[in-house]
Design a protein around this ligand. Structure first.
Ligand SMILES: [Cu+2]
Length: 428
């Protein structure tokens, strides 16, 4: 199992120049303001493959619309958005100075840059790219890990000494292994596949179970620190068994078709609509989350859903395969069928380690984030890696494209047709 925690974006700043309104960073597209004036900025992620982190250092943004529909104003300092998402922000630059508009790609390999200024020719400091984020436990679908009970029983460290070192860059600080005592005292390793984590000595060399308390791992004494610095050699002969397939355990996803197109199944995916987005967990200022959004107007349809459709976002990052439920469109051209006017809950489960902006044509859906009749309505939602998102939607007659808005993911097959018909009318 190769899970590269640095594989945050498919196409990076090494090949892309990120643009604002068609202009590169050095062109410095500039919009003018009068100090004290309220300015509405509409941010449209019109890229084919890039999730951006957007901020204007020194200038708070008040988000007033999402995907073109009004939301209750919420003031933030940064937001992350995927291809096809839009946010409208009100800013009120107070003084005669310039501000840099920063659109940093999610992997921090490059930046779109523009300027807000009182006069042409002014420019503000352009902040350096921040440190590249690495995938966390949550990004690997282990966000729902039960911290209450320690169960290393099924853990297979047997294959852990090995070669690829594909987890060598893994952020153990975020995993809480480093802290040992507090962060993950009850971590259930039974769901965790370290099996193919990387055979290289040092593949997980930084992993420190030494301080972990109360482990039930037979024959392994965490308490006394017999393994203060776990590494490939030390783990080489250990086989706790039962873990070899747990990052690809289809019993967690009975809807998913087994095959090479499914590299991982999130063992414990969680609702991540309250998270700020990959890499923005600790940036030290306010970052928008989907849970901050609330529709300004009452939702047009507030009925409870009559049924639920679960769809897994699946992929193989090594082979560049993407699909829904383990199949690309060409393998499963059958439409997802709804009745006109039918109220359906769609739950998306991201079994990959990459965020996917999932988009449906012809509809706005109501994100299920506890906002009742004022659910934020969108046409695209970025499903965080290892995360889930639910939305309720009312069928509108027609044949509608439903797909990941990462262009290459869509082309690879992460796409279906949603076919909506009036009751009693045959499908075409
Ligand atoms: Cu995608």
């Amino acid at each position: 199992m190769r899970m590269d925690p640095a594989d945050v974006a498919d196409v990076t700043g090494s090949v892309y120049t990120y643009l604002v309104n068609g202009y590169g960073p050095k062109d410095n597209w500039t919009a003018l303001f009068r100090p004290g004036e309220r300015v509405r900025l509409r941010f449209i992620n019109a890229s084919s493959m890039t999730t951006f982190n957007v901020r204007i250092p020194g200038l708070p943004m008040t988000i007033v619309a999402a995907d073109g529909l009004n939301v209750r104003p919420v003031e933030i300092d940064e937001f992350q958005f995927g291809p096809a998402e839009t946010y409208d922000a009100i800013v009120t630059p107070p003084d005669l100075r310039a501000y840099t508009l920063v659109g940093e790609s999610i992997d921090r390999s490059g930046m779109a840059r523009a300027t807000l200024a009182p006069r042409e020719g002014m420019a503000a400091e352009v902040p350096p790219l921040r440190k590249r984020p690495l995938a966390t436990m949550k990004d690997m679908g282990m966000g729902g890990m039960d911290h209450g009970t320690m169960d290393h029983g099924g853990m297979n460290h047997g294959a852990m000494g090995g070669a690829a070192g594909s987890m060598s860059g893994m952020d153990h600080a975020a995993m809480g292994h480093g802290a040992g005592t507090g962060a993950m005292p009850g971590m259930d390793h039974s769901q965790m596949n370290h099996g193919a984590a990387g055979t290289a000595a040092g593949g997980m060399a930084g992993m420190d179970h030494g301080q972990a308390q109360g482990g039930a791992m037979a024959g392994m004494d965490h308490g006394s620190g017999t393994m203060p610095a776990m590494n490939g050699d030390q783990m080489g002969g250990m086989d706790m068994g039962g873990m070899s397939h747990s990052m690809r355990d289809f019993s967690n996803a009975p809807e998913v078709k087994k095959g090479p197109g499914v590299q991982t199944i999130s063992p414990m995916p969680v609702d991540r609509t309250g998270d700020p987005g990959q890499g923005l967990e600790n940036v030290g200022h306010r970052v928008l989350t989907y849970r901050d959004l609330m529709a300004l107007d009452r939702n047009p349809d507030t009925r409870a859903p009559e049924r639920e459709i679960k769809l897994h976002l699946t992929g193989n990052m090594e082979r560049y395969m993407w699909g829904f439920d383990g199949e690309k469109l060409s393998e499963n051209p059958d439409p997802i069928t709804l009745l006109h006017g039918e109220r359906v809950r769609v739950t998306l489960i991201n079994d990959t380690m990459m965020g996917h902006p999932i988009h449906i044509h012809g509809h706005f859906f109501d994100l299920v984030t506890g906002k009742g009749a004022y659910a934020p309505r969108k046409h695209t939602v970025l499903v965080q890696p290892g995360g889930t998102v639910s939305w309720d939607v009312t069928g509108e007659e027609g044949d509608w494209a439903f797909h990941c808005h990462m262009l290459y993911h869509m082309h690879a097959g992460m796409m279906r047709v949603v076919q909506v018909r009036k009751a009693g009318e045959a499908a075409a």
